[in-house]
Design a protein around this ligand. Sequence first.
Ligand SMILES: [Zn+2]
Length: 548
Amino acid sequence: MKRSFALFAIIALAVMALLTSSCAGDRTLEKASATITAGELRDYTRILGADSMMGRKPFTPGEDITIKYLAGELAKLGFEPAFGDSWYQEVPMVEITTVVDGKVLITCGGNSMELAAPDDIAVESPSMRQYVELEEIPMVFCGFGIVAPEYGWDDFAGLDVKGKCAVVLVNDPGLYTGDSTLFKGKEMTYYGRWTYKYEEAARQGAAAILIIHETTGAGYDYSIPRKSSLSPGLYMETAKDGLEPCPVTGWLNAEAASRLFNMLGHDVESLQKNACQPGYKGFETEASISLKLNNSHTRNNSFNVAGIHRGTTRPEECVILSAHWDHFGIGEKENGDSIYNGAVDNGTSMAWAFEIGEAFASMKKRPERSVIIFFPTAEEQGLLGSTWFATHPPVEVQNIIAAFNNDLLLPIGRMKDIMVTGYGQSELDDLLADAARHQDRYIMPDPHPETGMYFRSDHFPFARVGIPSLFARGNFDSREHGKEWAAEQERDYLANRYHKPADNFYPEMNFDGVAEDAQAILEVAYKIVTSDIRPGWKPGSEFANIRY
Ligand SMILES: [Zn+2]
């Protein structure tokens, strides 16, 4: 009798030890998690999506109102300013309006052809020069324009593009061959994004970079680059020792590219097929391009906002929670409404960040590492605020252990899934899978990785400097109404409210799922700031070589 009681006691102790060592048994985390409520998420979203914020557009009075509100709320939570004694980080930007002066002319021996802007060629100029002229510079076909050591791939090997015009294919070879072992198969790698191709061409010293447009590979039709070439571009000023961008960047319409290569005795289809072969060599064509651009520049500053909750023993190390504050301001009227409130883009995500921040601030025992809540500006203009922050961080970049971002968090109730955009990139996925299990949820990859969404929100500039970063939320599988219903909610939002004045706060919004998303990320972030773990990139990630 006595012996069996002792045995029972030992088993009971062992079970208790097991329970308390798992996160589900951590009282500090449990209590903090309970401070995340649907009601508070609703309040933040209502305020951030109110007309009084004037659509939160950079460089307008709406910016002042928004950033002061954000800093005030961070202070209320007990956070301290993250930039020395300031809540604000100035982000120097320049707006460049580019006008094509005259004709774009291509010559090849005795032949020549004209390209019409913007129908055949959509060019922009991220250059601080007022006048950019290319005079009969050689055009070099450089495959996909990719240098990827981890795949043993170098489209510029043996080619000299200095001062010349690089012409490249869109996306990466994996998309076109159906070979899942080539790059990441159908899933777009960063090498497939136009932003990467522009950067690589700049590193190679090209004077111009033109991407041959193709709708599947780009993820959108030619009207998108065409339209953006007609409106002014917003850029960050280049840092002193930073890489100067190519003075001419842009796209060739597929039909115009066909005409051009036919004139040269090639066809784009076979070029694409050949360029997918490992070891493919590009070539300098016999064609040269001439064009003149007039640029006008307007400088302006906008502001990032961030607060820090300092850790106890390792305050210099931190995790970051981010959600962009900017939206489109006051613009074209639709159905009598001209204020682009951006309640879902990105009010709900800011609410998510605040609630996670509040949970950390509520802990009686502060974590060892710090937590930074970061609201970037100018996401909608090309991730400018977060790019500036990641390259000018308030702490040493290697001390940023992980970054968590959210964008377009739909308040449609509790979900069974946590969809990870960029699934498989880093070990953060594994920590999230644990947290999901504790909520009786499962994690899943973004079902459309070919659109390259991982490269299109504010977690990405962190990834680019080597910081594992996660963009994850319930999106796919409603607990109450199922998958079809969830997909319909997303379709409805994208068709009727996304980037429209109708992206308002609505009383029927259900924040229960946003609360669970915040609690899941809280658990992952808590694990990191209360330990010395450093989640790494997974093998095969294009970011694996940057940091670890
Ligand atoms: Zn957004």
